[in-house]
Design a protein around this ligand. Structure first.
Ligand SMILES: [Zn+2]
Length: 220
């Protein structure tokens, strides 16, 4: 079953980029020496200035994984920058949030895109933003897996967060649906992250949130 899903993704990929040899990455733009993956700063994707920001208390105990659903997966730096701008516009203009909601996003080009960053409270998981970093894997991952480079960069980004002291070494990894009534991050990606180190079955649904001690420790 997983194999079939992977084949579906590969087909979509082939349609999107024409041929595997034309992948463009943002390796040339990698200015952050501590990252061993392509990283695209807000400036580099022409982010709008946040209306306001609040500091996030770090290191955070949780990492929340999302998919964008829309926009669809992006396979090069041009498409992914466009996806970032479109998500930011939607969050700021339609949702009336201060900025793009996610802490970071990762494209199918294998690059990580800076959202609110490590030390600003996000707007990605209601009631859980104070205790987590939110990472969005751009695309709809309900029926197929993101490409390997996208998964690897998401994992490397989390590892960098631990190394830089923004994410607790014993962090717990959860899917958005575990803390909010939503299908995010898509069935297939949700299955995938359950195999990742640090995946936690708790909280399992939004009903568990009152039992998440970290939320209340921070509020006190
Ligand atoms: Zn989500």
């Amino acid at each position: 079953m997983v194999f079939i899903k992977f084949v579906m993704c590969t087909n979509i990929l082939a349609v999107a980029v024409g041929a595997p040899g034309v992948f463009k990455t943002d390796a040339d733009y990698n200015e952050v020496s501590s990252y061993d993956f392509p990283f695209v700063s807000r400036e580099q994707w022409s982010a709008r200035t946040a209306k306001e920001k609040l500091p996030l208390q770090t290191p955070v105990p949780y990492v929340v994984i999302h998919h964008s659903y829309t926009p669809a997966a992006c396979y090069d730096g041009i498409q992914c920058r466009q996806a970032m701008r479109s998500m930011q516009n939607f969050h700021m203009d339609d949702r009336d949030w201060w900025d793009i909601g996610y802490s970071f996003a990762v494209g199918s080009d294998g690059a990580a895109y800076e959202g609110r960053g490590w030390d600003v409270i996000g707007a990605h998981a209601l009631h859980f933003n104070n205790v987590s970093i939110g990472i969005c894997l751009i695309g709809d991952w309900s029926d197929c897996l993101p490409p390997t480079n996208q998964l690897k960069t998401a994992q490397a980004l989390i590892a960098a967060g631990v190394e830089l002291g923004y994410v607790r070494a014993d962090y717990k990894l959860v899917g958005h649906r575990q803390v909010r009534d939503t299908m995010c991050p898509g069935d297939t990606l949700y299955e995938e992250i359950q195999t990742w180190e640090h995946y936690s079955h708790f909280p399992s649904t939004v009903d568990d949130l009152p039992k998440v001690k970290e939320i209340y420790l921070i509020l006190e």
